[in-house]
Design a protein around this ligand. Structure first.
Ligand code: NAD
Length: 261
């Protein structure tokens, strides 16, 4: 049966790309688009697929009969919109980053009759990169993460970098302490993530989303690198999630379960 989709953040960089990907899939129907900054604008004026008019508020999902809401907004907006979808029995696929554990707890409490997927990265190559880093972690004693994003990203480090470090820290507790005694330039060693794994954030015009995980042990190192060259890289994962969210009860973190990993 065709699933009725609503997109939150529809006027944003990710949102408009998601609207196009949903429209192109014969099993999904784009029935609502929300973005307060672009309210009353037709999607087609922003490069979107149809003349659907963007609405100001998520409450428009009720009249539109949305089955699955897809959120690519900003953390403050998702903190309100995502629990609202749970309270109204609407499944949610969430890509917005910058939320913390207490936000996730609030979301878990709200999804009692519908399901929610929160994924820091919908690019299947990135999901595999995180899995490979987790698998490699027990065989190394030092690791650092370098994440590289476009120059307009407002949070740092990326959600993907934090999740990668969390998973590596869970997979191994044998990380050597940072030897640095004097940080001549404050911040030179990046941020200390889960397990003490250092995370470095690069923001640069021309980039989209990229990450390197470097793992070292005596006499050897391993470099795992993932690149999203275009926002379309996220679309197969988002479409897969929208189609299958009703089969994954409760709140799922990460796309892995949807890929059978
Ligand atoms: P963007 O700034 O281009 O778009 C965000 C849009 O959300 C804006 O148009 C804004 O007006 C809108 N918005 C703000 N408040 C809203 C509300 N209450 N309701 C509806 N819309 C609202 O940002 P972007 O580059 O599209 O990224 C959006 C989010 O997606 C960020 O958190 C980013 O980190 C994340 N992201 C995640 C993935 C992933 O795979 N999980 C990939 C890329 C980006």
């Amino acid at each position: 049966m065709t699933k009725r989709i609503g997109v939150l953040g529809a006027g944003g960089r990710m949102g408009i790309t998601v609207c196009n990907a949903i429209h192109e899939d014969p099993d999904l129907e784009l029935v609502a688009a929300v973005d307060p900054v672009r309210a009353e604008t037709k999607l087609s004026r922003l490069g979107g697929p149809t003349d659907l008019v963007i609405q100001e508020d998520v409450s428009s999902f009720v009249d539109a009969g949305v089955d699955v809401g897809i959120d690519f907004t900003e953390a403050d907006a998702a903190r309100a919109n995502v629990p609202w979808m749970g309270e109204h029995g609407i499944h949610a696929v969430v890509g917005t980053t910058g939320m913390d554990d207490s936000d996730i707890d609030t979301i878990r409490a709200a999804f009692t009759t519908s399901n929610c997927l929160i994924a820091a990265n919908f690019a299947i190559s990135a999901v595999l990169m995180m899995r490979f880093a987790e698998l490699a972690a027990p065989y190394f004693d030092t690791s650092e993460i370098i994440e590289l994003h476009h120059n307009l990203k407002i949070d740092a480090p990326s959600g993907t970098a934090i999740v990668t470090a969390e998973r590596m820290a869970e997979a191994s507790s044998q990380w050597l302490p940072d030897p640095t005694q004097t940080e001549v330039l404050p911040g030179a060693r990046g941020g200390s993530g889960p397990g003490g794994i250092r995370i470095h954030s690069v923001r640069m015009h021309g980039l989209i989303a990229h990450q390197e995980v470097i793992l070292g042990a005596e006499g050897q190192s391993l470099l795992i690198r993932q690149d999203s060259y275009d926002r379309t890289s996220f679309m197969p994962g988002i479409v897969l999630a929208a189609k299958n969210i009703s089969d994954h009860p409760g709140v799922t973190i990460g796309l892995d379960a949807f890929l059978g990993l």
